[in-house]
Every structure is written in structure tokens, then in C-alpha cells.
Design a protein around this ligand. Sequence first.
Ligand code: HEC
Length: 162
Amino acid sequence: MKNKFSIVLSIALLFIVQVACQQDANQTASQSAQNITPTDSAASCAQATIMDPNQAKPMALMMRQMVINADSMKQRILRNETLDSLQFRFIKFYLVEPTDPNVLEPNFFEKSRLHQAAYMEMFKHPKEQVKYYNLMIASCVSCHKDYCSGPLKRINKLPIDL
Ligand code: HEC
């Protein structure tokens, strides 16, 4: 009788220890996930997106639309169609919340300004769309080299080869 009791007790103990260990492991896992919050702002956006694709910040969502638009502009230019500024309105991404608030510094706003200028310039030169479209994409690249290098691979597919 005494033996049976100690067996039950030790099984129960084993179980409790196991649960406690699991909880500990879970805690460490979620803690290290939090620690992934990057210090390197160049990689921050891509990492955050991979971590939580459904919780993307407004700036990330706008950037996704910008790639779609750029690709659609590229297709139109390749078909010799004139780009319509009303169809491709400039998206004011620099006014909305980014994944990493540290990007909101003077250099970022300067690069935003240059990008917007290059974007508007594109519609003023219907006879040189390839050149001005490529300059616009170059201004995406210029900012991404400083703030968010993850998507560069994708952005570098956007220029039109002359
Ligand atoms: C002035 C700086 C700047 C310019 C110009 C810029 N980007 Fe971005 N881009 C960012 C930052 C910062 C992020 C990270 C946004 C976030 O995570 O909230 C980002 C994110 C992205 C992403 C990843 C979005 C995702 O899925 O999370 C893509 C793709 C992207 N940009 C493409 C472009 C393209 C294409 C252009 C030009 C048409 C462009 N970017 C112009 C700074 C810029």
C-alpha cells in the first residue's frame, strides 16, 4: 500500500516538474522573440514583417502597394502606354506609422522628399518615361540602402533595362 502511494506520488511529481519546465521553455522562447526587435535599422523592416505578417504597420502596407504600382507602371511603359498621374497617385508613406519609429529622422524625410520629386517628374516627361521611371526607382533604392535593405532584392527587379 505504502509502495503504491510512493509510485503515484513520484509520477505526480514528475508530471509537475515537466509542466514547470515547459512553461519555462515557453517563456524563454517568447522572451527571445521579443529580443529580436532589431537594433540594426537597415534590417528592421524585413525582420518585423517576417515575424508578424498580419500585423504590418501602415508604412509597410503602403510600401507593398508601391511595389505593385511600380510593377504595373513598368508593364505599361513596356507596352508604350503613357502613364496617368491620376491612376498612379503618389502615396504619402512618410506620414504614417513605420515598424521601426527610429527611421523617422531628417535623412529619412529628405530621401522621402527626393523620392516624391522623382515620382512627380516621371509624369512630366511622357517621351522619356523609361529614363524618369528608372530615376524614380533609383530613389526607392537610395532610401532602402539606408533604412530597410531587406526588400532591395525585389526593388532591384523594377528598373527597365535600356
Ligand atoms: C524615404 C525612404 C523610402 C523610400 C523612398 C522608399 N521606401 Fe520602401 N520602405 C522604407 C521603410 C522605412 C520601410 C519599412 C516600413 C515598415 O516596416 O513599416 C520600407 C518597406 C518597403 C517594403 C517592404 C514592405 C513589407 O512587406 O513589409 C517594400 C517592398 C518597399 N519598401 C518597396 C519600396 C519601393 C518599390 C519604393 C519606391 C517606389 C520604396 N520602397 C521607396 C523606406 C523607403
